[in-house]
Ligand binder design. Structure first.
Ligand code: F0G
Length: 465
């Protein structure tokens, strides 16, 4: 019989101890942090699922590449290797390094957009939206309808609604749409992939109106692997060949190398347009640095050059997608409501369904995050009313569209036993869910409040559904 067990395709050479704390300690730490896990020190966390960004474990080849890093201000060979590695996968004419993804976004929108423009995307990530709005343009999310139904299964829930895209361009006129973006995979929509069929259909509409198509490529390798698994005609192609095809339909991209670059810092911006590239490089020099390092050390460029290729390794991708689904499938089998099907980099628990007795205005996602911390030292992040809701001038809280709790899996960091532990903790909290209380805000910043907000438990009599 063929062996079915899928193993982590690496062995561990360097280890980092994680500190155990007692339940009582965690309860105290949580109250001191105002129930906001962003305000808890990482030393006090046992399993950190806050983000998959910059938390990757690098390989021996990446560390070796870092030693080859050349720190010349201009024309470093590290940049040549970085560009060559990106061009072999993505094929774009111009490659501009940046210190992370949002720097690429700021430069892209700064050069291409102006007040009154509209930028359609399947779903803008929060920094993408903020950078687009910062130049006065409208960031428009037009995912397919299934994207907003957590329990509905669809193989490519990250797809853009192409009928809506065509209608938007008709309505506002192509002149007001300087670019269209596709985020692969769709992070804010549950880590869900976009199909090649959808990429082609979006490109066709863009081409008809001479609008460039940009890909937010953060998780391009995970997206390519989902295409291999789920899209007819691609099962025999390698993830690299599929990625190359994805980028053939695009005119440029933004990238955070902190995700599928398998690095701890870095990003880049690509384009095929000479004039735009020149303007972007001019802006880059103003804040990021010279175009052959763009805010990064030479060694970072080398780590990314290697990481991008490792992220396309089929054994690695199989482990990555299977291990994320392992967490989702095990908690789902125990009854926990999650966004279905499991995404590539994270599992999203539907906190509103998990805690139906806590109204959205008492932050069920934040309350659930707090319980997972108290129960097992796990850190997750709310993507719901705290992040996307608003408190009006009269102090009335308006809920976000959904209350999700994201468990993001750092790449190559945790083993199956860590994940088994996470499953056990979540199922224990699930069993005692009826006793969990809602929260009320005691402090919020005027913008991006989720990073620094503070809470206390809400009085019990207010916690009605
Ligand atoms: N685009 C997407 C889809 C992202 O997920 C992120 C970051 C960015 C752009 C910005 O990149 O952080 O390098 O500036 N997402 C992280 C997360 C922060 O936790 O999902 P960055």
């Amino acid at each position: 019989m063929p062996i079915k067990t899928i193993i982590e395709p690496f062995r561990i050479k360097s280890v980092e101890p994680i500190r155990r704390t007692t339940r009582r300690e965690r309860q105290k730490l949580l109250v001191a942090a105002g129930y906001n896990l962003f305000l808890v020190a990482s030393d006090d966390i046992l399993i950190d699922l806050l983000t998959d960004s910059g938390t990757n474990a690098m390989s021996t080849e990446q560390w070796a590449a870092m030693m080859r890093g050349d720190e010349s201000y201009a024309g470093s060979p590290s940049f040549q290797r970085f560009r060559k590695s990106i061009q072999a996968i993505m094929g774009f004419k111009h490659v501009i390094p940046t210190h992370q993804g949002r720097a690429a976004e700021r430069i892209l929108f700064g050069v291409m957009c102006k007040k009154g423009d509209v930028v359609p995307n399947n779903t803008h990530f929060d920094t993408t939206r903020a950078n687009c709005e910062f130049v006065g343009a409208e960031a428009l999310d037009i995912p397919i309808a299934e994207a907003r139904q957590p329990q509905t299964r669809h193989p490519f829930k990250g797809n853009m609604d192409t009928a809506k895209l065509a209608a938007v361009i008709e309505r506002v006129g192509a002149k007001r749409v300087p670019l269209v973006m596709l985020t692969v995979t769709n992070n804010s929509g549950g880590g869900q992939p976009v199909s090649l069929e959808n990429i082609k259909a979006v490109k066709k509409i863009c081409a008809r109106h001479k609008i460039p198509l940009y890909i937010d490529a953060c998780r391009f390798a995970e997206n390519a692997y989902f295409i291999k698994l789920r899209e007819p005609g691609y099962s025999k192609k390698s993830p690299r060949e599929i990625a190359q095809e994805m980028f053939r339909y695009a005119d440029g991209c933004t990238m955070s190398a902190k995700k599928d670059g398998l690095a701890n810092i870095g990003g880049f911006l690509c384009t095929n347009n000479d004039l735009i590239a020149q303007q972007e490089k001019d802006l880059l020099i103003l804040t990021e640095g010279f175009p052959t390092y763009g805010g990064l050390a030479g060694r970072d460029l080398d780590a990314i050059a290697v990481g991008l290729n490792e992220a396309l390794d089929e054994d690695y991708l199989n482990y990555r997608i299977v291990s994320t689904a392992y967490l989702g499938d095990h908690i789902s089998a125990g009854g926990v409501p999650i966004v279905q099907p499991p995404g590539g980099h994270a599992i999203y628990i539907d906190a509103r369904e998990f805690l139906p007795h806590i109204p959205p205005t008492q932050f069920p996602g934040v309350a659930l995050a707090a319980e997972l911390y108290v129960e097992g030292g796990i850190r997750s992040v709310e993507i719901g009313t705290l992040m996307f809701g608003k408190r009006d001038d009269k102090g009335v809280e308006h809920p976000g569209p959904m209350d999700l709790l994201r468990l993001a899996i750092p790449r190559r960091v945790y083993t199956q036993s860590h994940i088994d532990y996470v499953v056990e903790v979540i199922l224990e909290v699930w069993r005692r869910r009826k006793g969990i209380r809602g929260l009320e805000l005691t402090y919020q910043a005027p913008f991006l409040r989720h990073f620094t907000a503070r809470f206390r438990t809400a009085p019990q009599h207010k916690a009605k559904s």
